[in-house]
Design a protein around this ligand. Structure first.
Ligand code: SAM
Ligand code: SF4
Ligand code: SF4
Length: 349
């Protein structure tokens, strides 16, 4: 039996049609961003006149908290705030405080490009944030600038990283989207910089999320190839997963200088134990990163559905989920962009 709202304990496990539990909720707080990474929000698509969600179209904090509480009742213990760029929302610590107080939520993280992190880190930590993941595609100034769509400032991002560490928002993970011929030649330099610092770099294959990021199979550097490039410089040994459903394949430097991860959604899909649901800023719930449609929870929230009804709705959505896009992906279809898919900046990665 599901626990009552009063005795929320997250010991109920809701499983989907493929027997996967729901553990992880990613919340996109807004769809706007101060970067224009070409692999996510290319400038020519997301130009000055582009219409992002209006304030009234976005979920309020109360609405987000309501869904997060219900999700925790169904087994979610891990929440990640994302976007767009979540730190463009200056009041984010208020939301974090509310999320940190939800029984059963024992991991509260934020993904950010870190441009606005330095002045915010302390307040985020005080509000109850546990850790941050920072997206940083290269330490080469020119490559970094290109990959942020000409908007990033590497020194500010590195200040943000240092401030997060100072505030205790660790272990800090660093996400690197690797594209062939764009930044793959700078990966070893970046790894060399972070080796021995306790920061965990994760090399992510360029994914065919959405339809507007110009995805091509030849721009993907398979993790296998990257792994052997890294191994040639620094021998690695495989580590066990921290928990079932962890997306990164973990490795340790044999010389004890820390850990790196590979996220290989394109070449080595991991749908079998996917336990993530995603909530967009306008209240659509998606059960897959590559979904073509979500379920409108804003509508239910704004027609005053109570916690019981929302729990029922969420439970039904998860129980019916049988998504496994990456396992079924056909690169020629992905390249032709024939399937309509939600964009990364809306669903938050
Ligand atoms: N703006 C924040 C940031 O960049 O950290 C949060 C949102 S962003 C959509 C979340 C993550 O998705 C980032 O680490 C980003 O690098 C990753 N991402 C975006 N588009 C991607 C793509 N096409 N393939 C792989 N990762 C992608
Ligand atoms: Fe913005 Fe993050 Fe997308 Fe880059 S990856 S455009 S920082 S939302
Ligand atoms: Fe989960 Fe969909 Fe990614 Fe598979 S493709 S791991 S189901 S989000």
């Amino acid at each position: 039996m599901r626990p009552s709202p009063e005795s929320e304990t997250a010991d109920a496990v809701t499983r989907d049609a493929l027997q996967r539990p729901l553990h992880d909720l990613r919340i996109s707080v807004l769809d706007q961003c101060n970067f224009r990474c070409p692999y996510c929000m290319p400038e020519d698509e997301f130009h000055d006149g582009y219409e992002f969600l209006r304030r009234s179209q976005r979920l309020s904090y109360d609405e987000i908290l309501k869904i997060a509480r219900v999700a925790a009742r169904l087994g979610v213990s891990k929440i990640r705030l994302t976007g767009g760029e979540p730190l463009l929302d200056r009041n984010l610590p208020d939301l974090i405080e509310g999320l940190a107080a939800i029984p059963g939520v024992d991991d509260l993280a934020l993904t950010t490009n870190a441009m606005l992190l330095a002045p915010a880190a302390e307040r985020l930590a005080q509000a109850g944030l546990h850790r941050v993941t920072i997206s940083l595609d290269s330490l080469d100034e020119g490559v970094f600038r290109h990959m942020s769509g000409g908007r990033g400032d590497l020194a500010r991002v590195l200040d943000g990283l240092a401030a997060a560490e100072e505030a205790g928002l660790d272990p800090i993970k660093i996400n690197v989207v690797v594209q062939r011929g764009v930044n793959d030649h700078t990966v070893l330099g970046l790894l060399g910089h972070f080796r021995g610092t306790g920061r965990i770099v994760r090399l992510i294959e360029f994914m065919d999320v959405g339809n507007r990021n110009g995805w091509r199979a030849d721009l993907v550097v398979p993790s296998r190839e990257l792994l052997s490039r890294v191994q040639r410089r620094w021998p690695l040994r495989r580590l066990d997963r921290n928990y079932p459903g962890e997306v990164a394949r973990r490795y340790a430097y044999v010389d004890g200088q820390g850990e790196i991860g590979f996220i290989s959604s394109v070449t080595e899909p991991f749908c079998g134990d996917c336990s993530r649901a995603r909530l967009s800023a306008d209240g659509m719930l998606y059960t897959c990163l590559f979904a073509s449609r979500g379920i409108d929870l804003r509508e239910s929230l704004r027609s005053n559905a109570d916690d019981e009804e929302l729990t029922e709705i969420l439970e039904q959505i998860w129980m019916q989920c049988a998504d496994r896009y990456s396992e079924l992906r056909r690169p020629e279809l992905a390249e032709a962009h024939v399937l309509r898919k939600v964009e990364m900046y809306r669903i938050g990665g």
